[in-house]
Design a protein. Structure first.
Lengths: 229, 135
């Protein structure tokens, strides 16, 4: 059992200042990844900051003709939103290809961006893992690695990005908006990143280049992240 | 599930990973979710329906009846989760066909292999009419 404090953020600036004050704290919204990581002893936050009450649940039109997606929009709401299915069908199909209906109902857009890799060794705290403990080494390179990267890996890590949604957002050249403690909104040009504190929104481009890109995804049906009994 | 009316003061609380103690699945009229990665404290004030809450005044929920009439289970281990997920599926309204039922129920595994009967039970309740017999 991990002891931790729980606090509910009052508003966005409250959430941002609280996370900035405590490096061992983590935001929690859907909790579908973080709670698992805590149960496996991979994540040991001393405080959970519940951000589910924050007003980040809307999908808004931007002046430039894109969409601004709140960090707390559930994956299922995003996938089924009429504007998304019409203008960014790639994003919709990518989300619906991942996880299960129950998890998509729980998981938030911001949490999806920040979920951690499902590499077996990242979860196995008895083995070295550079992603979990930088400098300790990569167990997957010479281990059981059929679910790891074929392209785009390095000697330090062969884990793959865990998010179907994130890959689609990257293809669509979405921008991630992060609110920093100094109240500034920082825009990151790619949704594939990790480790930045703050609350997030994601905006989609004004002229999607991939309106009807077919995509396929396959995954083993053994994962707890996908299926439950 | 979309929680509402959460009444927790914004002060630190001592917490623990106690979600394991919750029922196997939970759902609400807003949709189905898993209880295992849910912290109970985050749902304070929310309305949560589990399998125990589906029957009204001793009258089984239509899905419970349909699972019985279609033999939608054998050992029964997965059945509470299957039925709660199916309640959420129908409430959410995204499934129109048997294929879509199969896809949206893919988060629930039945090791007895009762899938055709489960899909038939859900299809019957979803359409409000007996499902086609299937091979």
């Amino acid at each position: 059992m991990i002891d931790f404090d729980y606090v509910k953020a009052r508003d966005v600036s409250d959430a941002v200042s609280r996370i900035a004050q405590n490096p061992a704290a983590k935001f929690i919204a859907g909790g579908t990844n973080l709670i698992d990581l805590m149960k496996e002893n991979v994540a040991r936050p001393t405080r959970l900051i519940d951000i589910t009450g924050l007003p980040l649940t809307e999908i808004e039109e931007t002046d430039a003709g894109g969409l601004l997606i709140g960090a707390l929009v559930p994956n299922s709401d995003l996938a089924y939103d009429a504007r998304i299915t019409k203008r960014y069908p790639l994003l919709s199909s990518a989300i619906l290809a991942g996880a299960s209906a129950q998890l998509r109902n729980m998981a938030s857009t911001g949490g999806n961006l920040l979920q951690r890799t499902r590499c077996l060794y990242f979860y196995d705290t008895t083995t070295p893992c550079n992603k979990r403990e930088p400098g300790s080494g990569c167990s997957a390179i010479d281990g059981f690695n059929r679910m790891n990267a074929i392209l785009g890996w390095s000697e330090a890590c062969i884990a793959v990005h865990p998010s179907d949604m994130c890959v689609a957002l990257a293809v669509l050249e979405a921008t991630v908006h992060v609110e920093r403690p100094e109240r500034a909104i920082v825009r990151f040009p790619s949704p594939i990143f990790t480790g930045f504190p703050g609350t997030r929104r994601t905006s989609t481009p004004t002229s999607p280049a991939t309106r009807s890109s077919p995509r396929s995804s396959c995954r083993p049906r053994g994962s707890r992240a996908t299926t439950a009994i | 599930m979309r929680s509402a009316n959460i009444s927790i003061s914004p002060e630190p609380r001592r917490g623990a990973t106690t979600a394991n103690a919750a029922p196997a699945r939970c759902s609400s009229m807003d949709g189905a979710s898993f209880s295992c990665p849910t912290l109970a404290v985050m749902k304070d004030g929310a309305e949560i329906t589990t399998i125990e809450g589906l029957a009204t005044n001793g009258e089984l929920h239509p899905l419970q009846k349909a699972f019985i009439s279609h033999d939608g289970f054998q050992c029964g281990y997965c059945t509470p989760g299957q039925i709660c997920s199916a309640v959420g599926l129908i409430a959410e309204g995204h499934a129109k066909t048997a294929d879509e039922i199969r896809e949206l129920m893919s988060g629930n595994v039945c090791r007895c292999g009762c899938y055709p009967n489960i899909v038939a039970a859900i299809e019957e309740v979803m359409q409000g009419a007996p499902a086609r017999s299937r091979p």
